[in-house]
Write a protein that binds this ligand. Structure first.
Ligand code: SF4
Ligand code: SF4
Length: 102
């Protein structure tokens, strides 16, 4: 058990500095994810969260809420730690300020 005693994450998501530009986004392949949650603490901006529903295998795939994806920096760390290749990362050529997002 970790410092927060519950989530297993050493740093609470609300304590993590987040950029005001978006540099990329991720796609989570729900049917490949086994809900191991390794990607959650790997994300420097803590936008990946435990899933709520089950996939066809009965696992609980992680999610990124739509309003949090704008903080993605496209660092690829989530995909690197995933043992099941369940995440693909897309990186923008140029960072996009949040106020310019559609
Ligand atoms: S690419 Fe980086 S910032 Fe984006 S979700 Fe993955 S770990 Fe987080
Ligand atoms: S590391 Fe991969 S398999 Fe594990 S929860 Fe994240 S996306 Fe799912």
């Amino acid at each position: 058990m970790s410092a927060d005693g519950a989530s297993g994450h050493l740093i609470e998501a609300k304590e993590v500095p987040r950029p005001d530009v978006q540099r990329g986004y991720i796609e989570i392949f729900e049917q490949l994810c086994k809900g191991c949650d390794l990607c959650i603490p790997a994300c420097p901006v803590r936008i990946i969260e435990p899933g709520r529903g089950a996939n066809m295998m009965g696992w609980r795939p992680v999610v990124v809420e739509a309003d949090l994806m704008k903080y993605c920096i496209g660092c690829n760390l989530c995909a690197m730690v995933c043992p099941d290749q369940a995440i693909e990362v897309f990186r923008f050529d140029e960072p996009v300020p949040h106020e310019e997002l559609p």
